[in-house]
Write a protein that binds this ligand. Structure first.
Ligand code: ADP
Length: 859
């Protein structure tokens, strides 16, 4: 093995502790990477791979990034799901003996980034942790380091429920125990596309006590401790900024499984995975980043408590009615910065003076915000106004201490106001006076020497100097000046007096910069006390923003306030909130939906592409919108409060998990049947399509019967099996509806209207025609259909072929139907029958037999 230099030994020792991260090893002005890290980083970051000790037998691969621009490189690696360990020199190289001591000061991981450039404004950035207990329960903890938020849920319905819970959350990284079975780890990686991190040892520290105050279950405490242990070990700093963990009571929220979250495209679309085209895209009229994040959280967890839903609706209605005041409200909210993340940064200790200016400016808006809110009539809005506390002390502190336009750096001074601190003022005076003295000196020297171009300048190497151009040198008196530097056209001099002043000025400046830094840290520490207040304020402002967004979107799209019932569902002129937006010509056709205890299930028949799944989806979206406290896309809506929504819609293959469409279909159906209650909403679209006709139809019927009999959930079931419409007879709670289509001059026109009763035709061929399939093929399909409808259950290709039609075997004449033979066989047999054996020589017979056998073998 090659012997390494002491520094490389140090590198390897540190790297051994950070095997799954890129080790950014500080060397002077660069972070260097070596060995495999270097090879991979060079590829990922598109930087040059070089070699250390190129003269050696085995030079070490190396690449590096400049210290001052490291942030961008780190950002790239993090966004690709990697981790980066920042290893700094922790002693002064000038005084170090031997190799400078280095340590990892922070491990940056996708779930723990704090830098605002690496975070998306309107999106949380969660790190989650997952713990597994012997009683088959799990805890899931969510933490957003940038806001300090901690939420935790106990899941007792097994592993699938864990995946359903985590799915679609903005999670970048999941912390687990390495004992979690490999297969489950793989599922986390594949389904959630997250970075996995391991924390095997879990210890409870006394400093967690406050954070765990709401956790009354050992499993919750352990799950939370796993996450806190991991955060502490990576961030290497205190956890003051974290908020108390909040328990997510799953039973208090409408539960949406993974399939529904995906199928309904609540926050992102299925194919492009973007916000555009999702329900969130329609609903998001928030004006603050905090509001945008809160709206997304609400959408993920609609409410079950009627009281809470109505309370949100009351405020939304108040905002809806006061549309003039609402504009003022939106304007005021626009000037409130992201207080939630700013508070997080104050606590985390990476806030700068500019951030604090944003805090101050935002807080100064609070009285105006209160005033605008008070103009609304709704008493719930007045209550919100009352709950906004103006944190006067923070504003006064920041007003007194920080200048209005501070630089980003907190180490270079010019951040603290004059008059805030006496000692700082003294230093500043000294420096200002010194500078004044120098300005006066310049005048004096000019006069005394008569050199107009004489000037006093400053540079970092020589300090202050008097500069005289070469042409004027003869005017200088002897012996008064000491020459310091020679330039091409001038000489620079100093005098003892000048040096003395310089000393005073520099000392004062250095001291004042140091003092400013210390004062800033003090202010930051003082602000920590107010963090809970800031967080509370941030939450109220976010709530106001989301509810004004509901009002704005409801007004823009003519949504109506829903009312809630104990079971009956009636939506008049219901629309799909997203599809109607996309169809900008206003051609979306509204439909009524009605379900009650007597008719709980709708069997929807109709041609493909006629709007069946749109109809089903719009009901689910209407229910969700109602249960988050938003108005709904309809003229009138009476809704029961649903406990769960299950969907089996569309044929999106679960490509990632490698399951076939039909398997996914059955998994989704099974999940729904296992979990649904009589308070759930089931949307089953074309169940059974993925298998053969009888198989599929049998399954579809059995599923309908099962729901009817055992689950009694409100259900929309769409199908293209007309045979199923006969179920209306025996099943008392089932009702047939169909999507109307009209035939017009041989073409089908979809009216997208839902009517009572069963559809009478399938129209599939017309859809194929619309899709532009070849005319001959369409003609052929029509012929097959006619035959099938005439009673031939399974038509083989030849059975429906007719002369003049597109036929694969037209030249071979009509087939013998009774003999179950193929066309080719029948020709062989026909030829055989026609042979006149007695008119043939044995050789001719042999030849004919050979030909027949050849023909027979070809089939
Ligand atoms: P199906 O489930 O019956 O195959 P879809 O629900 O997927 O049909 O609808 C097919 C297309 O028809 C949609 O993409 C949409 O453009 C249009 N559509 C559906 N419902 C309506 C409606 N109510 N009004 C207008 N167009 C609609």
């Amino acid at each position: 093995m090659a012997k390494h230099t002491p520094m490389m030994e140090q590198y390897l020792k540190i790297k051994a502790d950070y095997k799954d991260a890129f080790l950014f090893f500080r060397l002077g002005d660069f972070y260097e990477m070596f060995f495999d890290d270097a090879i991979q980083a060079a590829r990922e970051l598109e930087i040059t791979l070089t070699k250390r000790d190129p003269g050696q037998k085995e030079p070490i691969p190396m690449c590096g990034v400049p210290y001052h621009s490291a942030e961008n490189y780190i950002k790239t690696l993090i966004s690709k799901g990697y981790k980066v360990a920042i290893c700094e020199q922790v002693e002064d190289p000038k005084t170090a003996k031997g190799v400078v001591k280095r340590e990892v000061i922070q491990l940056i991981t996708p779930g723990t980034v704090m830098e605002s450039t690496m975070l998306e404004e309107g999106k949380n950035n969660y790190i989650a942790s997952l713990s597994h207990f012997p009683d088959e329960t799990y805890t899931v903890v969510y933490n957003d380091l940038s806001t300090g938020e901690n939420r935790i849920a106990l899941i007792s319905l097994g592993w699938d429920a864990v995946i359903h819970e985590l799915y679609n959350q903005p999670i970048r990284e999941v912390v687990i125990a390495s004992s979690l079975p490999d297969e489950l780890q793989q599922q986390l990686r594949d389904r959630l596309q997250v970075t996995l991190s391991y924390q095997d040892e879990v210890t409870f520290n006394a400093e967690y006590r406050d954070l765990c105050e709401n956790l009354h279950d050992e499993r919750l405490v352990e799950g939370f401790s796993r996450l806190l242990n991991y955060i502490q070990s990576t961030q290497k700093r205190s956890l003051d900024h974290l908020q108390q963990a909040e328990v997510i009571e799953l039973k208090n929220h409408l539960s949406l499984d993974m399939y529904s979250k995906r199928n309904l495209e609540l926050t992102e679309t299925m194919i492009k995975k973007g916000k555009h085209g999702s329900l969130l895209w329609v609903l998001d009229h928030t004006v603050t980043a905090m509001g945008a994040r809160m709206l997304k959280k609400w959408l993920e967890r609609p409410l079950l408590s009627r009281g809470k839903i109505e309370a949100r609706l009351d405020v939304a209605e108040g905002f809806y009615r006061g549309f003039i005041e609402r504009e003022d409200l939106r304007e005021t909210l626009k000037s409130v910065y992201d207080l939630e993340r700013l508070a997080g940064r104050v606590a985390f200790g990476n806030v700068n003076a500019r951030d604090l200016m944003q805090v101050k400016q935002s807080l100064k808006k609070i009285p105006a915000l209160k005033e605008v809110l008070q103009q609304f009539e709704q008493k719930e809005i007045q209550k919100l106004a009352d709950s906004l506390a103006y944190p006067r002390e923070i504003v006064e502190l920041l007003d007194a201490s920080l200048i209005e336009e501070p630089p980003i750096s907190i180490k270079d001074g010019s951040i603290i106001k004059d008059g805030y601190h006496t000692q700082l003022d003294t230093y500043r005076d000294a420096s200002r006076n010194g500078k004044q003295w120098i300005a006066e000196l310049e005048q004096k020297e000019k006069q005394e020497t008569g050199i107009k171009s004489l000037k006093i300048g400053y540079n970092r190497v020589f300090g202050y100097y008097i500069e005289v151009t070469r042409a004027n040198l003869h005017l200088l008196p002897e012996g008064r000046y000491e020459r310091k530097q020679t330039l091409t056209n001038a000489e620079r001099y100093i005098t003892p007096e000048l040096k003395e002043k310089e000393q005073l000025i520099l000392e004062a400046e250095e001291k004042s910069v140091d003092l400013e830094y210390r004062l800033f840290i003090e202010i930051r520490e003082q602000l920590k006390e107010f963090i809970p207040q800031l967080q509370h304020l941030a939450e109220t402002v976010s709530t106001i923003d989301v509810l004004q967004s509901f009002a704005a979107v409801s007004e823009a799209n003519q949504f109506k306030r829903p009312t809630f019932t104990d079971g009956r569902l009636m939506v008049k002129k219901s629309r799909h909130p997203v599809v109607e937006q996309v169809m900008t010509d206003g051609s979306f056709v509204p439909n009524d939906i009605s379900l009650d205890e007597e008719k709980r299930m709708l069997l929807i028949t109709g041609p493909n592409m006629s709007g069946k799944s749109t109809y089903m989806r719009q009901l689910a979206l209407t229910v969700i919108m109602g249960q988050i406290g938003c108005f709904v896309p309809a003229d009138e809506a009476e809704l029961p409060i649903f406990d769960q929504i299950f969907t089996r819609i569309g044929a999106a293959d679960d490509l990632v998990s490698g399951q076939s469409t039909f398997m996914v279909e059955m998994l989704e159906a099974n999940h729904a049947l296992q979990q649904a209650t009589d308070r759930s909403l089931l949307l089953l679209d074309e169940i059974g399509r993925g298998t053969s006709t009888y198989d599929g139809m049998a399954l579809a019927q059995a599923i309908i019967e099962y729901i009817h009999e055992h689950i009694q959930a409100k259900t929309l079931f769409s199908t293209h099996y007309h045979e199923l419409t006969a179920l209306e007879e025996p099943l008392a709670n089932l009702k047939n509806v169909h999507v109307r289509a009209e035939e017009h001059q041989g073409n089908v026109v979809f009216l997208h209207q839902i009517k009572e009763g069963a559809a009478d035709e399938s129209y599939g061929i017309y859809v194929a025609k619309l899709a532009g399939l070849p005319e001959a093929l369409i003609g052929r399909a029509s012929a097959i259909l006619q035959q099938l409808e005439a009673g031939n259950e399974a038509a083989s290709a030849e059975e429906v072929s007719e002369p003049g039609q597109l036929s694969f075997f037209a030249e071979e004449g009509p087939p013998e139907k009774k003999e179950k033979t193929t066309a080719r066989e029948s020709k062989v047999i026909r030829d055989l029958k026609e042979l006149d054996l007695f008119a043939m020589t044995p050789l001719e017979a042999m030849n004919a037999l050979h030909q027949l056998q050849k023909a027979a073998k070809k089939q």
